[in-house]
Design a protein around this ligand. Structure first.
Ligand SMILES: Cc1cc2nc3c(=O)[nH]c(=O)nc-3n(C[C@H](O)[C@H](O)[C@H](O)COP(=O)(O)OP(=O)(O)OC[C@H]3O[C@@H](n4cnc5c(N)ncnc54)[C@H](O)[C@@H]3O)c2cc1C
Length: 278
């Protein structure tokens, strides 16, 4: 076992990958890669070095069978710049370790997220937490952007005025907007990072946090390509079926009617990507 040397991953270090209008993800450091997962799994039964094919098979076996602890042996540290409303969602992932810029200590930079016209949409009628897929027309988008910008101009004027008055930064900042960019160092092990990615790459997650998750996924694919592929195959693009759903699958295969009802029925056909024949 040696300190990880992964030239493909090393070339990502210290590069800012742009996200949204002013944000970024930067890989500060990583510990371990696919090989570390294999070594950690084999130590439990004192197994030696094996071929790439066997290593790949082992990682896929671990992922399929939720033998998760070897994935915890790989650790990533990211420097991330994101709007506060994204950070609020992000911080719910309790297994990460983070250090964030302090608005008590520093004068906050006048940087806020302004959605592009194509990201501005009406409230979705069926997803209470989300927006419609199609954006509003160009005139409406321009009006929305102007409303957001004018509100911010006022907010920053008041912030700067309070600072000029000598008011403490921790008080002056209390009305700053959710769109304000914040920055943090965030460390996460691969097992929990996969959990984060499963939730935040999902179409139910807010579009803005999904943009960050996609960049992080491309970094993980470079550092641990085999584990990332196994995650996509057995977690991200897989589906769990309940007992009643398995019965429904058998019914479908045998040409019998599906007996599920209501939202369970709707979700069952959504999982399969099929139209409900009823
Ligand atoms: C699309 C979407 C919509 C959401 N909407 C809302 C919302 O409206 N309101 C809201 O409040 N939240 C919302 N959330 C946040 C959500 O409820 C979870 O808090 C978040 O996704 C983190 O998931 P987690 O707890 O599994 O992850 P982590 O905190 O990373 O935890 C990983 C796993 O570790 C275990 N764990 C971690 N800490 C503890 C602990 N202290 N005790 C016991 N077990 C622990 C759990 O098994 C957990 O699954 C939403 C999340 C998503 C993805």
């Amino acid at each position: 076992m040696a300190h990880t040397k992964n030239p493909g991953a090393d070339e990502l270090l210290d590069r800012e990958f742009a996200v949204l209008d002013k944000g970024f993800v930067r890989l500060v450091d990583y510990l371990g890669d696919d090989q570390r997962i294999v070594e950690a799994a084999r130590v439990s039964y004192a197994g030696g070095t094996k071929s790439y094919r066997q290593d790949r098979g082992l990682i896929r076996y671990l992922m399929r069978n939720q033998h998760t602890s070897p994935f915890e042996q790989v650790v990533f540290t990211f420097h991330i710049k994101m709007p506060v409303f994204v950070a609020r969602q992000w911080v719910r992932h309790r297994t990460g370790r983070l250090n964030e810029i302090s608005g008590r200590y520093s004068v906050m930079k006048e940087e806020s997220y302004l959605p592009a016209g194509e990201d501005i949409a009406l409230q979705s009628p069926d997803n209470k937490q989300g927006r419609k897929d199609e954006p509003v027309d160009a005139d409406t988008a321009a009006e929305v952007r102007e409303i957001l910008e004018s509100g911010r101009r006022d907010t920053w004027q008041r912030y700067n005025r309070l600072l000029e008055m000598g008011i403490a930064r921790e008080i002056a900042r209390i009305d700053l907007p959710l769109s304000l960019y914040t920055e943090w160092y965030w460390q996460m092990d691969l097992h929990n990072l996969f959990h984060f990615l499963k939730l935040r790459l999902d179409r139910h997650a807010q579009k803005e946090i999904r943009a960050y998750a996609r960049v992080i996924m491309t970094i993980v694919e470079k550092v641990c390509p085999v584990a990332a592929e196994a995650f996509c195959d057995f977690v991200l693009h897989s589906q769990n079926f309940s007992g009643p759903e398995l019965e429904a699958l058998k019914a479908l295969a045998g040409g019998a009617p599906v007996l599920l009802e209501g939202s369970e029925r709707k979700e069952f056909f959504e999982k399969l990507g099929l139209a409900d024949p009823a």
